[in-house]
Design a protein around this ligand. Structure first.
Ligand code: HEC
Length: 268
């Protein structure tokens, strides 16, 4: 906790120092510079190292490692899987994203209670471990291009469902994802809102998560990113690894085709 506070303080000091030292510039130029400065010391590295350790560690009621986990390219393969997820998995007969698939492996291989883990709050206990694992797996595909499959019928269904969810307006403000992410050049406070219905928007917004968030000193996976956007949309929180969040991810992921993954990134 103390360390996290220090990171936050150092980041703020940097931002202030850079603001004072330079000519006026647009907010997004300022943010871009701030991000560039932070690239060197992305604390996501620490989560990556933790995730790699967890993969090889015997854990859970079955005292087993995750080394036989199949993330889409066969048991034990972790390079290149991230840029092809979410995808259809014949064994579970489900379309799964990285986090939902890790949940499956932690349950089948290590004996963790899937429902219990899905109920655990972000940033707590095994959820923390799951985020670290997702960070490491994502990092193993850094620099590779997104190339999600649309060959299985279920993958096509999930794309259509994701698209509809993206444009579905409801709630107290009658917002949809598209209200904030459907046009070029939108911003909330200092934060650019990428247009997520196409690449490069998706290549920026989707291809960066898991990401370390400087503003709260936390590592967030895509599930938490989407949950928080549902909060901003004034919708109820979706369940962890729900089909709705996976459909949205698949929609954004397919739209990202050809974009280079920079995950795990560092964000405001
Ligand atoms: C009320 C406005 C609002 C709505 C509605 C909204 N978002 Fe967001 N979204 C944001 C903001 C603000 C950020 C930047 C968050 C930050 O850095 O704090 C963001 C960030 C994101 C990102 C990461 C972008 C990046 O550059 O890293 C993704 C992906 C995303 N939203 C997806 C969605 C999806 C999918 C929905 C619908 C379920 C949605 N958002 C609904 C405001 C919104």
């Amino acid at each position: 906790m103390y360390k996290k506070t220090l990171w936050g303080a150092a980041a703020c000091a940097l931002l202030l120092a850079s603001a004072a030292a330079q000519q006026p510039k647009t907010a997004s130029q300022g943010i871009d510079e701030y991000r560039a400065m932070l690239q060197d010391g992305n604390p996501a590295d620490l989560f990556e190292a933790k995730g790699e350790g967890l993969w090889k560690q015997k854990r859970g009621p079955k005292n087993a490692t995750l080394e036989q986990c199949d993330l889409g390219k066969g048991p034990g393969v972790f390079k290149g899987v991230f840029v092809e997820l979410p995808r259809y998995f014949p064994d579970t007969k489900r379309v799964q994203d990285l986090e939902s698939r890790l949940l499956t492996c932690m349950s089948t291989l290590q004996g963790f209670d899937e429902a219990e883990l899905a109920k655990t709050a972000f940033g707590r206990g095994e959820q923390n471990n799951l985020t670290a694992l997702a960070t490491w797996i994502a990092a193993e595909s850094k620099g590779m291009k997104f190339n999600l499959s649309q060959s299985h019928a279920q993958e096509k269904v999930f794309y259509e469902v994701g698209k509809r969810l993206f444009f579905q307006r409801a709630g107290s403000h009658d917002f949809s994802c598209a209200s904030c992410h459907g046009e070029e050049g939108k911003r909330i406070r200092l934060q650019d809102l990428p247009r997520l219905t196409q690449n490069p928007g998706d290549g920026v917004g989707f291809a960066a998560w898991p990401a370390y968030r400087v503003s709260n000193g936390q590592m967030w996976g895509m599930q938490q990113r989407l949950n928080d956007c549902y909060r901003q949309q004034r919708f109820p929180y979706p369940g962890f690894a729900s089909d709705a969040t996976i459909a949205l991810s698949l929609y954004l992921g397919v739209n990202s085709k050809g974009a280079v993954s920079i995950a795990p990134a560092i964000k405001r």
